[in-house]
Every structure is written in C-alpha cells, then in structure tokens.
Design a protein around this ligand. Structure first.
Ligand code: SF4
Length: 463
C-alpha cells in the first residue's frame, strides 16, 4: 500500500537498504531504454521534431476548451458516449452506471496510467467485477498486488528470476523457464480473460480533435483485444491528451515511441473512432470516452507550471534520472514517479501533499535534454521549491542554511575564514556524523579540498 509522496525519503531509504535488487533491475532496464532512445533520436532530426511537438502541444493546451468541444462533437456523431469527470469520483461513477446496466462480471484492462490514478481496479472489485490487467508488465504486478513502478515498464523493478518464481507459483511454469515460455503462459491465461470479459478498459495516448480519434500505442496486441473484443469499451482520457489534427498523430506516434522505448513506432497502433457499425464484424457495441480533469485544470491555470501538461507519458525523463534509477517508482508514493511526477504532483495534488517530490532531483538537467515535448523540468522543480519556501512549507533548516550562506557571501573576510576552516576540516573523519552531509557520504566519498583558496589561486594565475 502506497504511503503517499510525504513518505518519499523514508521509502527511498528503505528501498536502498532492503531491496538492493530493485536498484539493479531498474538501473539496467532504464539504461537500456535510454540507450535505445538516444539511437532512435539520432535517426531523425529530433531537435526539430521536439520543437514541433512542443509547439503543437502548447497550442492545444492554450486552446483546450475549444479542442475538447470539437472532439466531443466528432465522437458523439459516431455514437460514442462522452462523459466529463471533474474528479476521480465522477470518473468512477461512469463505471458504476456501465457495470450496473450491463451486469458486468469481468473486465480486461489495457495499460492506462490514468486508470491507475483513478483507482479503477479497486473500484471494480468493490462493484464485484474482476479486473484483469492484460499488458504483460501490468499482469505481473497485478499478480504481485503492487502498483506500477514505471509509466512504460510497470514491472521494471523485477528481475527475470523474480518473474520465474512468480509464474512458477501462480501459473505452474518451471523455475528455469525462458522468457518466451513465461510470456506464453501469460498469453494462455489472458486468452481466457479476453473471451470471458464483457467490459474493456483503456486510456488513450492522444485524441485528435478534428476527427474525434483515440490513438493508442502498444507492443503486445492486448490493447487492441481489450478495446475490440468485449461488448463495452470505456476509455479514460486525461483532458491534456488532445491534439488539434489527425495529421498530428503521425508526428506524435513516432516521437513518443522513440522517446519511450527507442522504437520508430509501436508494434500496434489502434485508432478508435466509435462503436461497431452495421456492416462491421467486430468491435464493441458501446463506447464511452471519459475526459478526466482530476486536478489538471488547476495545473493548467498555474502561469509557470502548466507546461508540465505537455507530457506524453513516454518515461524518458525517468529512464535518464540518476535519482529515479536508485529506487524505481514505488518510493515516490504516487501514480506518476520520477521527474514527471515531481512536476505534476504539486499542481494536481496540491503542493503540501506533493512534498518532498520536487526535491527528489539533483537538478542535473538530464531530463530536460531528453523530453520529447521540451518541458523545462529542472526549472519547474526549482519553481515548486521556491513556492514551498514562499508558502512556509520548506524545512526550517533549508531557510537557515540559505541565510547563513548569504551572510557569509556578503562579508569577504568571514567568507575567507569559513573557507579556510572548511579546507582544514578532516571531512572523511567527521563528515558522516554531520546532518545532510552524512547522508550524502553514505554512498559517496568526499573529494579532497584544494590546499589553496580559489582566490589565492586566482591571484597567482590559474593554469
Ligand atoms: S516529462 Fe517529458 S520525458 Fe518525462 S514522461 Fe513526460 S514527455 Fe516524457
């Protein structure tokens, strides 16, 4: 059970202490994702594509009401039932009605972070419906009873051996089964679920306003089955997923796949426009699209932080983040982890509830270097930290430290004396006993101080 963002420091420390395997699994998977991302960016003029994507999403967000209304009109024309959910309760109420009207007993789910955000599985269970995750990674963590650890690779924190043990216990595969045998066992189990389910639940990567088209990217084919086999399909879609034109999908589908997994495009792309019509042999009889706000409008109204809503949920910032790589996503205590989670949580949950996530970063800037929609992530992290100080939410020690430094920096004599003291302090011996520095030195060794002050070196002429 997640303890929320407020427990980040304790959960991160617990993970590093008790689950060293998590760091190994997350580190190796994210490095691989990032290597593939870099290669895939290099195959195209990625700088121009990223400028283009930033501009299109910015335009869509600054004309959001207009494009959402257009999408609603197009979807309704094709027989889709469109719902507007201001809160998670509003969104879940749509499920109440659908489940009650159709007597739903089993639901298959495509991977959808917004449904994680809303608590769809827990709600279905309360309604007496069995939700079955059909993405392999999601299926694994559902068997384990855990939330996703990464927005693209939900089971990224598990090793192959972890999965072998799990599948041996739950699906009867041998303990030394190769990965394709494990995938085959999951496929056999999920096939039964697809045939039994009368409700399919998905998200959407993008919605083209001018045609009312939902676009979904995947690699396993489970999204297509989840959205076309059951007789009812419900799609939960964050309101920020709108793009103006159908043609925009051509750019976003390839750029998102490159940023996420390094693929030129996902193995499957589903374009959904409505329920089955008279002459079609498959597809759901009823389609519902639930546009979800749940804090997004509050974020959009923030003059600085709104840019975070350009996010296409590719996970590239998580993959390259040296902080995320240490623990994976569970320590963050919220659906969205890593740099992405740290910049949207304060706007969507409220700054107080989101702390200390904006501090879970070294501000190295690597996330901004890879973001396909050029969100200025480090600037937004600093922005939320400043807001925390202004709102009296920052730790007293932080303000005290800044004041002490300012006092020294404004007095050259005192600054030189403090610098001399620091140069002659045996950091290796005493550093671990000091607050803040002690934590830093648990994993690192302090560099040797320079024997001479910088100003002295400057006066002597630095080589
Ligand atoms: S913030 Fe950027 S890099 Fe991170 S998930 Fe969103 S789009 Fe991808």
């Amino acid at each position: 059970m997640s303890r929320g963002p407020g427990a980040y420091r304790a959960e991160a420390a617990r993970s590093l202490r008790d689950d060293p395997g998590v760091r190994d699994s997350v580190g190796s998977a994210t490095r691989s994702f990032d290597t593939h991302r870099a290669k895939a960016y290099a195959e195209i003029d990625s700088e121009r594509w990223r400028d283009w994507a930033r501009d299109v999403k910015t335009h869509a967000l600054t004309h959001l009401a207009e494009y959402l209304e257009q999408a609603e009109t197009r979807l309704t024309e094709r027989g889709v039932q469109v719902h507007w959910a201001e809160t998670d309760r509003d969104a879940l109420a749509v499920l109440d009605a659908v489940v009650g009207r159709h007597g739903i007993r089993t639901a298959v789910k495509a991977k959808s972070m917004v449904s994680e955000e809303l608590g769809v599985n827990e709600h279905l269970e309360r309604l007496g419906v069995r939700p079955i995750e059909t993405d392999l990674g999601e299926y694994i963590i559902q068997l384990l009873g855990e939330p996703p650890s990464h927005i693209v690779g939900p089971a990224i924190h598990k090793s192959l051996d972890d999965c072998r043990v799990l599948f041996h216990e739950r699906l009867g595969t041998p303990l030394d089964a190769p990965p394709d045998r494990l995938a085959g066992a999951a496929r056999d189990a999920l096939r039964e679920a697809f045939l039994a389910a009368d409700l399919g639940i998905s998200g959407a990567n993008f919605v083209a306003a001018d045609t009312g088209t939902l676009a979904l990217i995947e690699n396993e084919g489970n999204i297509r089955l989840s959205t076309s086999l059951p007789r009812v399909h419900v799609a939960f879609v964050g309101i920020e997923k709108i793009v103006p034109h159908f043609e925009d999908l051509a750019g976003f589908l390839q750029l998102t796949a490159r940023a996420a997994t390094g693929q030129p495009i996902g193995n499957f792309v589903s374009l959904i426009q409505g329920p089955r019509t008279g002459d079609e042999i498959d597809g759901p009889e009823e389609v519902h699209v639930v546009f979800v706000d749940n804090g997004r409008t509050a974020l959009l109204e923030d003059d600085e932080a709104w840019e975070a809503l350009r996010c296409v949920r590719c996970g590239a910032c998580l993959n390259i983040c040296p902080v995320y790589r240490q623990t994976g996503g569970h320590a963050y205590g919220w659906t969205y982890s890593g740099p992405l989670g740290a910049i949207i949580a304060p706007g969507m949950l409220g700054l107080k509830q989101a702390l200390p996530l904006p501090h879970a970063s070294s501000l190295c800037g690597a996330c901004a270097d890879v973001c396909p929609v050029r969100i200025p992530i480090p600037d937004l992290l600093v922005y939320w930290r400043e807001r925390a100080v202004e709102g009296g939410l920052a730790p007293l020690s932080e303000g005290l430290g800044a004041k002490m430094y300012a006092g020294l920096a404004e007095r050259p004599g005192a600054f030189a004396a403090a610098a001399a003291l620091m140069r002659h302090t045996p950091w290796k011996a005493v550093g671990r006993a000091l607050p803040v520095l002690g934590g830093w030195m648990q994993e690192r060794s302090a560099p040797e101080p320079s024997p001479k002050a910088f100003r002295r070196l400057w006066e002597e002429g630095i080589e």
